[in-house]
Ligand binder design. Structure first.
Ligand SMILES: C[C@H](O)[C@H](O)[C@H]1CNC2=NC(N)=NC(=O)C2=N1
Length: 114
């Protein structure tokens, strides 16, 4: 359930922290069905495009995602466009996906209803 992930906190991620396994990936993806795993420069990432009616609403959402990032001290790529925000989570430290990324993806989804 996505509520399960979104109630968790990011933990400090170090270079030797574990990447999620194939099995975990499958289980965690099922909890954030609107996110797509993307491999970019050999790094697995989680991405979702959010659509809005205008620039201002997209901008406000991008700001909320930025606040979440500082709260969790885990920072995504955020692409702000007219009516559209693309959020991409991955863990720089391990060049891949950590459980933190799934927690933050679930929390990003929750910002929509705030
Ligand atoms: C020093 C600090 O903890 C690190 O630079 C953090 C900050 N935010 C981060 N965000 C993300 N997405 N991945 C990281 O590896 C990461 N590392």
């Amino acid at each position: 359930m996505s509520s399960q992930l979104s109630t968790q906190q990011c933990e400090a991620c170090h270079v030797d922290a574990p990447k999620v396994s194939e099995e975990e990936l499958h289980e965690l993806m099922s909890q954030i069905p609107d996110w797509v795993p993307e491999v970019r420069d050999g790094i697995m990432m989680l991405e979702r495009v959010y659509k809005f009616k205008n620039y201002k609403l997209a901008w406000a959402f991008a700001n909320k995602v930025s606040e979440l990032a500082e709260q969790e001290f885990h920072h995504p790529a955020i692409l702000l466009e007219w009516g559209k925000v693309t959020v991409t989570w991955w863990s720089h430290a391990i060049k891949g996906l950590h459980k933190n990324d799934f927690i933050c993806a679930a929390k990003t989804d929750q910002l929509l209803s705030d």
